[in-house]
Design a protein around this ligand. Structure first.
Ligand SMILES: Nc1nc2c(ncn2[C@@H]2O[C@H](COP(=O)(O)OP(=O)(O)OP(=O)(O)O)[C@@H](O)[C@H]2O)c(=O)[nH]1
Ligand SMILES: [Zn+2]
Length: 358
């Protein structure tokens, strides 16, 4: 027995380090730095360490930059001699793409293992940073990490499919506008990631399908009343329906911006102001159109004793994911509220490209 953190527990440290610009060491023998938080001092140290540092971006970002992605979902680019911090940043961040479209030629690497780079990209994504990393290889990663007091993580721990289990923390009574018979439950993952919430309304019968909503956090829509999406009215509409029926469960999942985080969502909004739609903006940033993991929702529902749901959604992917996770979705209940002149094209894009039912 030891007090030392296990590989899953070390993930939270690794995410915090990367967000501060501190390198992280992968057990496969890679020292990585997030491009978004790169500092001049550490950039220089990385260059001094190796003749050939690599800059890894996602396949989506490579597509925008017209770079070859031999590894499919990631592209490992040789860091050119002339690369400055500004140049590296411009590879990761599309903010200025339209003014400076030509950044290459970019030489993508074919040899060597892509797996550790894929894990590194998953790690910076889970830290809600731009999906781009700089790396150098080290021969003895454990000694290197110990010598420099860096966090050492295993590739399997960084795999998002292998995320930590959720634990119940507490629940308490919460009277609300939608229903005075409300309870708020808090769930905490054991990998130090975001907490998620379940709002239980009334006393749903566990032996029958429960009216359910999987709501993804949207600070702009839920709190600020943004008109760019339909989240705020959907949140309140779902709660009102549960209140009217006397029972229901709303999962408030902290997966802001379809899982890319608020800062990246605002980067996507800037790109949308340049004329790209919600899906294209995610891709130009290097993300998939939807980075959420709905298994979290399924795990919470099961933990609360529910096995069958009537799901309030216009998104068939949510139905499929819950079904894949062993829940029975007896009905998809449409939730069509909050359309306005600012979000018509956003909703149309979700219907055309993401399979949403209008
Ligand atoms: N990346 C990105 N995220 C967005 C954008 N607009 C809204 N979001 C996020 O999208 C999520 C909203 O999704 P939900 O309403 O839960 O689900 P949905 O997939 O639209 O399906 P419904 O159940 O039909 O509402 C929230 O996390 C928002 O923050 C955008 O333009 N870009
Ligand atoms: Zn929203």
């Amino acid at each position: 027995m030891t007090f030392a953190p296990d590989p899953t527990e070390r993930l939270a440290r690794a995410r915090a380090d990367l967000r501060m610009g501190v390198p992280v060491v992968l057990e496969d023998g890679l020292v990585i730095l997030a491009v978004e938080t790169l500092t001049p001092g550490r950039f220089q140290m990385l260059r001094d360490m190796s003749e050939n540092p690599l800059l890894t971006i996602t396949g989506w970002r490579a597509q925008t930059l017209k770079a070859r992605a031999y590894d499919g979902d990631v592209a490992r680019i040789n860091l050119p001699e002339y690369a400055t911090m500004t140049w590296v940043r411009s590879i990761a961040d599309p903010a200025d793409d339209l003014n400076h479209p030509m950044k290459g030629p970019l030489f993508t690497v074919r040899d060597g293992a892509a797996g550790p780079h894929r894990a590194a990209i998953a790690l910076v994504k889970s830290a809600q940073l731009l999906p781009a990393i700089l790396s150098v290889e080290v021969f003895d990663p454990a000694t290197f990490a110990a010598t420099h007091d860096l966090t050492l993580v295993s590739r399997s721990a960084a795999d998002p499919a292998d995320q930590g289990a959720l634990n119940r923390v507490v629940h308490a009574r919460l009277p609300m506008d939608a229903s005075e018979a409300g309870r708020l439950h808090i769930f905490r993952p054991d990998d130090g990631g975001e907490e998620h919430y379940a709002i239980e309304i009334g006393h749903p019968d566990r032996s029958k399908p429960v009216l359910t909503r999987l709501h993804s956090a949207c600070f702009t829509g839920d709190v600020l009343g943004s008109l760019k999406c339909d989240c705020g009215p959907q949140l309140r509409g779902a709660m009102a329906q549960m209140g009217a029926e006397g029972a229901g469960v709303l999962l408030y999942l902290n997966q802001e911006g379809r899982g890319i985080g608020l800062a990246n969502k605002m980067r996507a909004y800037s790109l949308q102001d340049q004329g790209f739609d919600t899906v294209e903006a995610n891709h130009r940033l290097g993300f998939d159109d939807d980075e959420r993991n709905f298994r979290i929702g399924a795990d919470i529902l099961k933990d609360m004793g529910f096995s069958a749901v009537r799901l309030l959604t216009n998104n068939p992917a949510k139905v499929d994911k819950l079904t894949d996770c062993g829940l029975t979705v007896t009905e998809r209940v449409p939730l069509k509220v909050g359309e306005n002149r600012h979000n018509t094209s956003y909703l149309a894009t979700k219907a055309a490209k993401s399979g949403h039912i209008l």
